[in-house]
Design a protein around this ligand. Structure first.
Ligand SMILES: [Zn+2]
Length: 132
């Protein structure tokens, strides 16, 4: 699946989070610094870009908000993860996409029904994500 052609959608307002070749989020660090982050829409690619005055420290937890409706995207299942919806370009099916809110933590989960796919160097058991 070529992930970059999928649609990424805010679970609250259903607005599109992908613009051009990026996913756009409004974020706030634990130090209350705010900034926009542009992330690769390729699941498992952890490159991101932001204004050079907006500093993210390795290991720092970042709150992700929808840039359209300002809804907090923190997963109700695990507050260390954010969750957005992904609609597959090819089959039109909807997935829940979970990604770590910790800077430098490379773990992403793609969930459709009971099917879980994990990506990244720091992936853990999905049960741990849901119940820790
Ligand atoms: Zn929204």
């Amino acid at each position: 699946m070529s992930m970059k052609d999928n649609d990424y959608i805010c679970p609250d307002c259903k607005g599109h989070l992908n613009v051009g070749n990026y996913l756009v989020f409004a974020t706030q660090t634990e130090r209350k610094h705010k900034g926009l982050i542009m992330m690769s829409p390729v699941v498992g690619n952890y490159e991101y870009t932001h204004h050079n005055k907006f500093i993210l420290n390795e290991g720092e937890k970042v709150d992700f908000e929808c840039p359209i409706c300002q809804s907090d995207l923190t997963s109700s299942q695990n507050k260390d993860y954010a969750m957005i919806h992904m609609v597959g370009e090819l089959d039109g099916s909807e997935y829940e996409l979970y990604f770590s809110k910790i800077t430098g933590n490379k773990s992403t989960y793609l969930v459709a029904n009971d099917d879980v796919e994990s990506f990244g160097a720091h992936d853990l058991d999905f049960e741990d994500l849901l119940y820790n």
